[in-house]
Design a protein around this ligand. Sequence first.
Ligand code: ADP
Ligand code: MG
Length: 349
Amino acid sequence: MIECRNLGKTYGTVEAVSDISLGIEEHEFLSILGPSGCGKSTLLRLIAGLEVPSKGQVFLHGEEISGKKIILPPERRKFGMIFQDFALFPHLSVKDNVAYGATGSKSEKQQRVKELLELVSLPHLAAKMPHQISGGEQQRIAVARALAPKPRLILMDEPFSNLDYQLRQQLRRDIREILKHEGVATVLVTHDQVEAITFSDRMLLMQQGMLVQEGTPADIYQHPQTIWASSFVGEANHLLVEWQSNSLKTPLGELNVPAEIGRNARILMVRPEDFILESAADGQSNGTVKTVDFSGSVQTVGVELKSGDSIQVSGSPHLLWNPEDTVKITAQRYLCFNSSGIRLNGFPE
Ligand code: ADP
Ligand code: MG
């Protein structure tokens, strides 16, 4: 449906977006994840038609809509936008805020407002003013308002970041359901990896104005292409390794990897959930438990390896560890990276 080709945007000497090409399919849920300042909002504004690209083009169904100038103005693109600050009109009631974007006859508009308030489960707030409802409710109304004109695409810029943790999770699930129900394609930009991972079908990872990796959330989590990506999309342990006499020497012991990988491997990455921790007598152990963080459903154990490296292990809390327990620790899944931080292999299957 949408195609961005070699998009760039420069403000003075700042290259906010360098060279981005991407496509958005009908009905697709796409998230763009990257640290603050990497150009996410600028990219979204370029797609929306709120900024003129410094280079590149945006196409809608194969027709150019942004290039050297804005060809199709934002209000005619049928894109809905939802931002961090809920931006409801303060002087209009909930019902009138939603009706604002609706089209058609008076009765068609009324019907659409009713349908949307039911969809966001807030029909009882129709007559309230924005300041009389909570932040989470305001954001749901903002979603209803964005959906009123039946947009072809919803663009969301960090829409949940002003809400507290519990509410954010619930709202994320609800809004995902609502948008899926409407069947509208959605682009979510966020710096929050959990948000991107749980919300989208496909994820793009952005760093300094560029896209650096694309895939399903699970694929990017399990196969990050760089050390940077491995830490940005989740918790990662990094250990220095060395290839010696045909085997990979690691702080966890020797690992069996093919020579062509081992020879170039410098860093081993292991997710905290990919370790196996076993009780071991001092002679057989390769580490000592230093910290135990019990958080209900998960136990996070800090282990100091005999090499001096510290690692974080997470697992089920059924067998609780204690500081100074001696343990044998093995990695059941791991990735190797070269000295430039680029991945060399996938997990051994
Ligand atoms: P993100 O949304 O990922 O935090 P932004 O797209 O807001 O990143 O910004 C990317 C870079 O471009 C930042 O360095 C920011 O300061 C700069 N920038 C964004 N908008 C403008 C603007 N209107 N004028 C000047 N610099 C800008
Ligand atoms: Mg931003």
